[in-house]
Every structure is written in structure tokens, then in C-alpha cells.
Design a protein around this ligand. Sequence first.
Ligand code: SAM
Length: 280
Amino acid sequence: MTTATLYIVATPIGNLEDMTYRAVRILGEVDLIAAEDTRHSLKLLSHFGISKSMTSYFDHNQQFKGERILNTLRQGKSVALISDAGTPCVSDPGYQLVRDAVAEGIPVIPIPGACAAVAALSASGLPTDTFTFAGFPPSRQGKRRTFLTEMSSLPGTLVLYEAPHRLEETLLDIREVLGERQVVVARELTKIYEELIRGNVTEVLEAVSRGKVRGEIVIMIPPGEKIPSETVSLEDTLRRLMQDDLISIKDAAKKASEITGVSRSEAYSAALKLRNSTEL
Ligand code: SAM
């Protein structure tokens, strides 16, 4: 296949039967495969009898490798991008390469397939008409709470990726920031120990703290009812938003007003008062 095209190829998130016929064909036909981890992907490719030149493309070599991959494309060759699992560019490298290829008028073709976020959402039983995928929450508690506070004003189901060793602390923060809510934790999708744990945050916390949670995890939180202002304190909301100094007073007031329902001017005065106090 020698026409300059960049294929973004999804691969399975566990179960190899989720590889598509088209993905196997395209990976067998392209001139070069760019993989997040070539050794990891070699196993997948040999399972499907594909033997092909490969190059690595991961977070820390994106700029340098991106240019080399673009050069291959400029020479009229075809390249397939794959990640370790699932759809490239979704919490995985790829966006910059796609952006640069698009800017040069190089055709970019998606070869769809598994994606943990979409698979989890589809079986969650939570509203799917509107959802926000926000990747991994920050690992530090302060930033994570600010992040959750910001997310709480968005409509639809919130879909997050999380590492197993952070699941408990993230669920605790969800309860702290968003209150007792229904959540669904999808674990090890398509694999032997696949499970979907449903319940309110406390029930799910109990279920996950009974044993050591291993494996790969998606957390989903359905849209909450707009929490009446009496139950969410303006001051607590502002404190959470402003604790890391990552947000301006004006933006904090705007967000706090959306979350609590108080007017923007009232939220702004309270934010100013809080900033001028030593309480933060
Ligand atoms: N690009 C991938 C996709 O399309 O889903 C995601 C890559 S991201 C680096 C890896 C994260 O995706 C894991 O930490 C986990 O949160 C989620 N994930 C991947 N495979 C999963 C699975 N089989 N079950 C549940 N979550 C999974």
C-alpha cells in the first residue's frame, strides 16, 4: 500500500477476539507501523500473523518521532498508528501526529474498534445521550478535588480512567466533592475478571475495599441533580476551587455560581473575601 495515508488503528483492550478484520488487513498492508511499545505490539502482530517494520511512538519521543513518521508519509508511504490497547489518541499518544498530518493535508483514516471508555459506558446503564470523557483525574488530592468540582457543572455522565491503586482515594473524593451519588466502576473489561460494580459511592467503596482491586478501571458518574444552594456551601465550593491557585478569582466565582446556583456577583465577593483571608 503506497499512498500517503495515516491510519489510526484500534486494537483490543484485553480480549484478542475484539481485533477487527479491517484492522488486521490494514496492519498487514501498510508500509510502517508506529507503536507505543513495539515489544508489546509485536505479540499482538505475531498472533495475527503480521510481520511488518515497526517504529516506536510514545509520550517522550513524540516530537522527534512524529517528524520521522511525517517524513515517511511525505514520501508517499502509508503508516498505521497503534497504542498498547484500545484506540490511539484516547488517553494515549497520537493527537500531535494526527494534528500535524491534517495540517499537511495528509489523509488520516480511523480504523475503529475497542475503546475502554465507550465499552464501559455502553454497559453501565447510565445515561449515554450526553457524556464527558475526562481521562485520568489528577493524582494529587487537591488538584483532583478541584478537577471534580469543575466537572460537576458539566451535563451528562462523567467517564474517567483510573489506576487501581488510586481507585479508593478517588471514590472518597467523589463522595466528598459530589456527595453520595450512584457510580459504576468497570474493571478488566473483556478479560477473565471483568466486572461492573454498581451502587452508591459508599457501596462501591465497600465492595472495592474488601479485596485488593487490580486491573484496569473506568469510573462513571451519572449527571447529578442540580444540588440546591442550601446543601452545597458557597464557601466550601470556592475553597476547593481556589486551594491550588490554579484558577483566577473571576473563574472560581463563575464556576461556584454555576455549581451552587448563587449569583455571580455574590460568588465573586465571597471569593475575594476568601482570598484576602488566610483561610485557604
Ligand atoms: N486508548 C485506550 C482506550 O481506547 O481505552 C486507553 C489507554 S489508557 C493509557 C489506559 C486506561 O484505560 C487504563 O488505565 C484504564 O483506566 C482504561 N482501560 C484500558 N483497558 C481497560 C479494560 N480492559 N477495562 C477497563 N478499563 C480499561
